[in-house]
Write a protein that binds this ligand. Structure first.
Ligand SMILES: [Zn+2]
Length: 427
C-alpha cells in the first residue's frame, strides 16, 4: 500500500471538506453530504440519503459482504461548532495546509476522523477486500446541538438500515503528553441534563433593597448547588483505568486528593458534575428585575437516572421562589468491554502506539454513539491520532488543526480495524 500517496489524497479531501461551512446552528450540512456523495459515487458506491429536512441530510453507504449484514459502522458527524474568524490566525473555513498541519473548524471534531474513515472505507473497495461482514459508512448531521436531525432521527426512523454489530466513532483519542502517551478509548458516555433555573422576585428601585431581589435569590440557589457534595464514584468498568494509571488501593480521600484527579477530563470520569454556563437578568443598573435565570449543564455517570438527578437538585436548592425547566436530557450510555471489537481496538492501539497506555473510559461529553447503543450496537469512541494536549484545547476553540502525519496514521489504523473486524482472512 502506498501510504504516502493515500496521505496526500487525504490532505486534499480534508482541506476541501473543511472549506464547506457546516456551522451548527444552523448546520446546512447539505453541501458537505453532497461533497462526500460525489466522492463515493466516483469510487463506484451507491449512496443512501436520509433527511428530516432536505438541507440537513445524513449519508449511509454499505459495502455488502453478501454474508452477514451485522458488521462495522464507521461513523462521523459533518457539522461543526461556530468559529469567529477575527480570533483565528487562518480563515476557519479555508482548509489551510501549513507546517505539517491542516487547519480549520472541524479538523479534529471531527471531519479529520471522517476522512480517515472515508479513505479506509474506499480502500476496502479499491483493494477488493474479501468481507465476512458488511462495512458501513455513516455520516450524520446535527451532532453539535444534540442530534435531532442526525443520529436520533436515523436511529428512530431507519433502524433496519443501521443494522450493525459495532460502531467506531469519536468520544476518545490518543494524547501525546510528552513523557507519556495515552489512548483513551470511550466505551461509554455520561448522561446529560441541561436545566434552566429561574428565580422570581419583585420589581423595585435599586436604591431601596426590599429582600425579594431575584438576582440575589438566584445567586443563593446557585451557591447552594455548587456547594453540594459530589463524591467520586468509581464504576466497576473504570477499575482498569485506575490500575493502568497506578491508582489502585487508594482510599477514597487519597483518590480525591491525587494530582491526576485534578485534571478536569479525568476527574469528570469519576464524578457527576454541574456547571453554570449561562446567566440572564436585568436591563438597567438601578432597576431590580422580576426574574433572573441560569442555565446549568449537569452530567451524570452511569448508575443514576436523570430523574434522580433532578430530585437531588431540587433537594439541594434552598427554600425560595425557584423553578426548574428541563431544556434537554438523555441518560448515560455504556457498551460492554469484553468482546472481540474491544480486543481488536486494544491490539490495534498497541500495534500503532506501542508506548501508549491504553485507558478504556467513560467519556464526559456526549456523541452520537448513544443513539447506536440504544439499537444494541456496541459503540466505542477513538479518534486514532496521537494529539498534543495543546491541540486538544483548540477543539471548539481557536485555530483548530490536525497533524498531516496523524491523518495518515489514522487511515492506517482504521484500515487495520476494518480488516480485522470484517475482513475474511484476518480473524
Ligand atoms: Zn464531535
Amino acid at each position: 500500500m502506498d501510504w504516502k500517496a493515500i496521505e496526500r489524497e487525504a490532505v486534499d479531501v480534508l482541506s476541501e471538506y473543511l472549506r464547506i461551512d457546516t456551522t451548527n446552528p444552523p448546520g446546512n450540512e447539505r453541501q458537505a453530504i453532497e461533497f462526500l456523495s460525489r466522492f463515493l459515487k466516483n469510487e463506484g458506491f451507491a449512496v443512501e440519503i436520509f433527511a428530516a429536512d432536505p438541507e440537513r441530510p445524513n449519508l449511509l453507504c454499505r459495502l455488502d459482504s453478501g454474508q452477514d449484514p451485522r458488521g462495522l459502522i464507521l461513523l462521523h458527524h459533518c457539522d461543526v461548532v461556530g468559529a469567529d474568524p477575527r480570533e483565528w490566525a487562518v480563515p476557519p473555513f479555508g482548509g489551510v495546509v501549513r507546517d505539517g498541519y491542516i487547519y480549520g473548524r472541524g479538523a479534529l471534531d471531527m471531519k479529520g476522523m471522517g476522512v480517515m474513515e472515508l479513505l479506509a472505507f474506499v480502500l476496502a473497495k479499491r483493494e477488493k477486500l474479501p468481507l465476512r461482514k458488511d462495512l458501513v459508512l455513516v455520516v450524520c448531521c446535527d451532532e453539535e446541538t444534540g442530534s435531532r436531525y442526525g443520529a436520533e432521527f436515523l436511529a428512530k426512523n431507519h433502524p433496519r438500515e443501521l443494522e450493525a454489530a459495532w460502531v467506531l466513532n469519536e468520544g476518545g483519542s490518543g494524547w501525546n503528553m510528552g513523557d507519556r502517551e495515552v489512548v483513551l478509548l470511550g466505551f461509554g458516555e455520561k448522561g446529560l441534563l441541561w436545566l434552566r433555573l429561574g428565580a422570581e422576585g419583585k420589581a423595585g428601585h435599586g436604591s431601596m433593597p426590599h429582600g425579594q431581589n431575584p438576582c440575589e435569590k438566584l445567586l443563593e440557589g446557585l451557591s447552594a448547588l455548587k456547594a453540594a457534595p459530589r463524591p467520586l464514584r468509581v464504576l466497576p468498568e473504570m477499575q482498569a483505568l485506575l490500575r493502568n494509571l497506578g491508582l489502585t488501593d487508594l482510599k477514597p480521600e487519597e483518590l480525591e486528593a491525587h494530582p491526576l484527579l485534578k485534571i478536569p477530563l479525568l476527574r469528570a470520569m469519576f464524578q457527576d458534575t454541574l456547571s453554570v454556563t449561562m446567566l440572564q437578568a436585568g436591563f438597567k443598573p438601578n432597576v431590580i428585575p422580576t426574574r433572573a435565570e441560569a442555565v446549568l449543564d449537569v452530567r451524570v455517570l452511569p448508575g443514576r437516572s436523570i430523574a434522580d438527578l433532578i430530585a437531588e437538585i431540587r433537594e439541594n436548592l434552598p427554600p425560595g421562589p425557584f423553578s426548574l425547566e428541563v431544556i434537554q436530557s438523555f441518560p448515560p450510555s455504556l457498551s460492554p468491554v469484553e468482546n472481540e471489537f474491544f480486543e481488536c481496538l486494544k491490539q490495534t492501539a498497541e500495534k500503532f502506539f506501542p508506548r501508549a497506555l491504553f485507558l478504556p473510559c467513560v467519556f464526559p461529553g456526549f456523541t452520537d454513539s448513544r443513539c447506536f447503543r440504544e439499537l444494541g450496537t456496541i459503540g466505542y469512541g477513538w479518534i486514532p491520532a496521537m494529539i498534543d494536549p495543546e491541540d486538544v484545547t483548540r477543539v471548539h476553540g481557536v485555530d483548530e488543526r490536525i497533524k498531516v502525519s496523524d491523518l495518515g496514521t489514522g487511515i492506517q489504523v482504521v484500515w487495520e480495524i476494518v480488516q480485522r473486524m470484517v475482513g475474511k482472512d484476518q480473524r
